[in-house]
Design a protein around this ligand. Structure first.
Ligand code: HEM
Length: 416
């Protein structure tokens, strides 16, 4: 440990810590004096019992790790989902089926296939439908507000659009969406005890979603439609996904594209409500740079990790083969070496080379342009329909080891 930097037992991945705050003062000290540091506390990042993990805090080092898959493998445990015993008894090797946990060349093959669904054209084709959705979500929230004009922004606005976007993307029929949303929510939230959802229920929901997606894939293979599923599974073999690969890809989308975007939207709203001059500026000018600053500011994914494939040196430290290396995007996005006044929420920030979507390299967020579009659409709709929202009380934060989340954000449409 490093007593002059951190108190004994300090754990950057402790969900209780992250529930109350992101440890920015600690990150700042680390960046300055010990930018790559071994934390001995057994970590909670992915439920492994290692003796500790490396904490990488500087922007440049996070980029270095992200872009060198041959030195820092994703294969062992970047896991965002922990599966229970029932499922391992079924001998489903989940790790290998989720692209987030693959290394090249396997990862390259899957990524080349699935990115066909995320080309600028594919994403643009969803824009009109999602614009209409965004508008109706905001209007519905307004209509459902209590007599005093107040409502919870997270559940009434931020939750909806990311779910609809994924459903739209993979062509889930309207009548199935409620079930899909229910499974996604259970999976995404089981580590928060306030949801009263256990790991068991989370894993069960995951398996139901996998089998739903596999059936969808089989149906589209039989009878292709004009959607991404049909494209990805058209014919099994080279250049296409197998049905089970598709099933696990949908699981990844439900996790990677759902709470991330939800929390970006919730944090974005909170930032606007606490920086009224930025909200006025947004309403007037709608700067194109807004969504990127919201993602930097929020950094919904606090960290991901890799495993060193060999002994190596990073930031003056000797890292051993097999060591876990945590890349802390929350720290990198506040690195004053790269960002002028990083503590300032500035929607005109340009350039904005934040690492909220990852530090580059093969796993860089596949859904980035979709996420940016969603954030733009929802804030445009809010600025049109609810231009004078007001914050009521403090937000309630999510208890999670790796997501910077807001569970509840009470707002009001009427003045104090
Ligand atoms: C990967 C963040 C939205 C799909 C990632 C990674 C991060 C991230 C940090 C890992 C990057 C790395 O390891 O280098 C975010 C944030 C989002 C968001 C902050 C919202 C603001 C989305 C959406 C989708 C999506 C909307 C799809 C619907 C994915 C996928 C991967 C990924 C499939 C894995 C890519 C791979 O392993 O090759 N995202 N994401 N994300 N994201 Fe996103």
């Amino acid at each position: 440990p490093c007593p002059h930097l951190l108190p004994e037992g300090f754990d950057f991945t402790d969900p209780d810590l992250l529930q109350s705050r992101i440890p920015q003062p600690e990150f700042a000290r680390m960046r300055e004096t010990a930018p790559v540091w071994w934390c001995t506390q057994p970590a909670g990042i992915s439920g492994f019992d290692d003796e500790g993990y490396w904490v990488v805090t500087r922007h440049a080092d996070v980029k270095y790790v992200s872009t060198r898959p041959e030195l820092f493998s994703s294969n062992t445990n970047t896991a965002v989902i922990r599966f229970n015993e029932t499922i391992s008894r079924d001998q489903i090797d989940v790790q290998k089926l989720i692209m987030l946990n693959m290394d090249p060349p396997e990862h390259t093959r899957v990524r080349q296939i699935v990115q066909r669904g995320f080309t600028p054209r594919a994403v643009r084709s969803l824009e009109q439908a999602l614009r209409d959705r965004a508008r109706s979500i905001v209007e519905t929230a307004l209509a459902a507000a209590d007599d005093d004009g107040s409502f919870d922004f997270v559940n009434n606005i931020a939750v909806e659009l990311p779910l609809q976007a994924i459903a739209e993307l993979i062509g889930v029929p309207q009548e199935d969406r409620t079930r899909i949303f229910d499974w996604s929510n259970k999976m995404a939230s089981y580590d928060d005890p306030e949801y009263a959802i256990t790991e068991e229920i989370g894993a069960e929901a995951a398996m139901e979603l996998v089998s739903y997606a596999m059936n969808l894939a089989a149906a589209r293979k039989e009878c292709p439609a004009k959607d991404i599923v049909s494209q990805l599974v058209a014919a099994e073999g080279e250049g296409n996904l197998l049905s089970d690969e598709f099933g696990f890809f949908v699981i990844l989308l439900a996790v990677a594209g759902n709470e991330t975007t939800r929390n970006a939207i919730s944090h974005g709203m909170h930032a606007f409500l606490t920086h009224p001059e930025q909200w006025e500026l947004y309403k007037r000018e709608r700067p194109e740079t807004t969504a990127e600053e919201i993602v930097r500011w929020a950094t919904p994914v606090v960290s991901f990790q890799r495993t060193a494939t060999q002994d190596l040196e990073l930031g003056g430290q000797q890292i051993k083969k097999g060591d876990r290396v945590g890349m802390f995007y929350s720290s990198a996005n506040n690195d004053p070496e790269v960002f002028e006044n990083p503590e300032k929420f500035d929607i005109t920030r340009d350039p904005n080379p934040h690492l909220g979507f990852g530090g580059g390299g093969p796993h860089f967020c596949l859904g980035k342009s979709l996420a940016v579009m969603e954030i733009d659409l929802i804030f445009n709709a809010i600025a049109d329909v609810l231009p004078d929202l007001r914050l009521v009380g403090d937000p309630r934060r999510l208890r999670s080891a790796w997501l910077n989340g807001i569970k509840q954000l009470q707002v009001s449409t009427t003045s104090g």
